[in-house]
Design a protein around this ligand. Structure first.
Ligand SMILES: [Zn+2]
Length: 461
């Protein structure tokens, strides 16, 4: 729908469209030159922020970046005063499970066009410019929606992932994958998937603590080889160091989750040096219940009440209360694995390994907290894994965009898409400030956050 169409619509019809989650209007024609003045600008290029910055946006693209009083811009530009604010690149979340979660409901019945687009809006509300659906797409729907998703977060998808039959993701996501038993079949399924041009291929290499059969090395070798023949990267869900090493030898391109069974060793670091493009998506949000031993302060963020129902918030808060169904031994085990995730994240970052941001939001442990998880992931990187705020920001922006091949995202320099978050406070002082969001712009257009809030409030969120 074009803007001229929208201006002809009555406000009532327009409001109805908004309620349906399908359209919103921009107040600014696309060819207007916009000049954003006075903010502290974090460009995402690992350089110190520019104080009193000016940046210019034309047709959704950044066309100039500089200092106030130095950078020139055309007369007649629309000027936006951001004095006192901090601007950072929009985030990218490379490990998401779309469609199954809708409030406290977790079901394949929720996997609809409307819910997928609503989740993309939820990510946009939080300043997430793109997400990768990892392995739990259902049928062709992700591929038909992907090109239509032009307003919220960009939708990238691996479609269906690969595991042994009935041995992939849990709960209602279990039947979404290709269950494979022979190399011929594995290759055939990869070819079938490749016809849809997925943004990556996802495999699960995990026996779920002995409960399911782990994907056999001969099968993942066939999947990786066939995917590479189709110029597709392969990402593996993993737990164990031994599996990570063998997958690296098999040519895998990256990992969802961190090594969780033991400390990474020199042999792994040597293997990673030989494969410098391999990435790890740390996925700490998914382990939040094992990381926090008391309720985290971010439960009190006012923004949470803007987007989640009281029932959602109670569910979230309850996750940090002792669970009588979990034995002390099981609790000790998951806590130890979570601590190993944090420790290994720090070791791999120090070794210069490419880390990207992944949360598992929407999955078994990720819950329905799309967007929030992406921000808390960065807080965990800083306050639990010990990274600097700048390291965490680079992981959540530049690195995660690069892993997905999204050349237009992740940094705020001329030639990139104008996807940025305006913050009320500096995240380099406290990474929790990434959640003090004043405005979000994706593709050069302001996300109508108040309209989205009203839509979710009217729906009972
Ligand atoms: Zn996952």
């Amino acid at each position: 729908m074009t803007r001229s169409h929208l201006t002809r619509l009555s406000w009532r019809l327009f409001a109805a469209l908004l309620m349906a989650g399908t359209a919103w209007a921009s107040a600014v024609p696309p060819d207007t030159v916009m000049v954003f003045e006075g903010a502290r600008l974090i460009t995402g290029t690992n350089t110190p922020p520019i104080e009193n910055a000016v940046f210019v946006v034309t047709n959704g693209m950044i066309t100039g970046v500089g200092k106030q009083g130095v950078l020139t811009f055309p007369a007649g530009a629309v000027r936006v005063n951001l004095t006192g604010k901090t601007v950072m690149p929009a985030l990218v979340d490379d490990h998401v499970h779309m469609g199954y979660r809708k409030g406290s409901s977790f079901s394949a019945d929720n996997y609809t066009r409307g819910n997928l687009l609503d989740i993309l809006d939820r990510f946009a509300f939080f300043g997430v410019a793109a997400i990768l659906e990892t392995g739990t797409g259902r049928g062709d729907l992700p591929f038909t929606i992907r090109p239509e998703a032009l307003q919220g977060a960009r939708y990238l998808t691996t479609g269906s992932g690969f595991a042994m039959p009935d041995a992939g993701p849990g709960g209602p996501m279990r039947d979404s994958i290709y269950g494979v038993t022979t190399e011929t079949q594995a290759r055939q399924y990869v070819r079938e998937l490749a016809a849809h041009q997925p943004d990556m291929v996802k495999i699960w290499v995990d026996d779920r603590n002995g409960r399911v059969e782990k994907l056999k090395p001969a099968l993942y070798r066939a999947i990786i080889d066939e995917a590479h023949r189709h110029h597709l990267k392969v990402m593996a869900h993993i737990v164990n160091l031994a599996d990570v090493k063998d997958l690296l030898r098999a040519g895998v391109d990256g990992f969802a989750h961190m090594v969780r069974d033991q400390e990474v060793d020199d042999e792994l670091l040597q293997l990673l040096k030989a494969h410098p493009n391999v990435f790890f998506l740390e996925t700490l949000w998914g382990e939040r219940r094992s990381i926090y031993t008391s309720p985290p302060a971010w439960l009190e963020d006012p923004m949470l009440r803007d987007v989640y129902t009281a029932a959602d918030l109670k569910e979230l808060a309850d996750q940090f209360q002792p669970d009588p169904a979990v034995t002390p031994q099981a609790l000790a085990r998951t806590r130890a694995m979570a601590q190993m995730s944090l420790h290994n994240t720090a070791l791999l970052e120090a070794a210069g390994v490419q880390l990207g941001l992944g949360t598992d939001t929407g999955g078994m442990n990720g819950g329905q907290f799309f967007g929030l998880g992406t921000h808390v992931e960065m807080e965990l990187l800083v306050k639990r894994a010990g990274l600097t705020p700048m390291q965490a920001l680079l992981i959540g922006t530049r690195n995660s965009a690069a892993i997905l091949g999204l050349d237009q995202l992740g940094t705020l320099v001329p030639g990139k898409s104008a996807d940025f978050i305006v913050l009320d406070a500096n995240p380099l002082d406290d990474i929790a400030n990434t959640r003090r969001i004043s405005r979000v712009y994706l593709r050069g257009e302001e996300i109508p956050r108040n309209t989205l809030k009203a839509r979710w409030a009217a729906q009972g969120n």
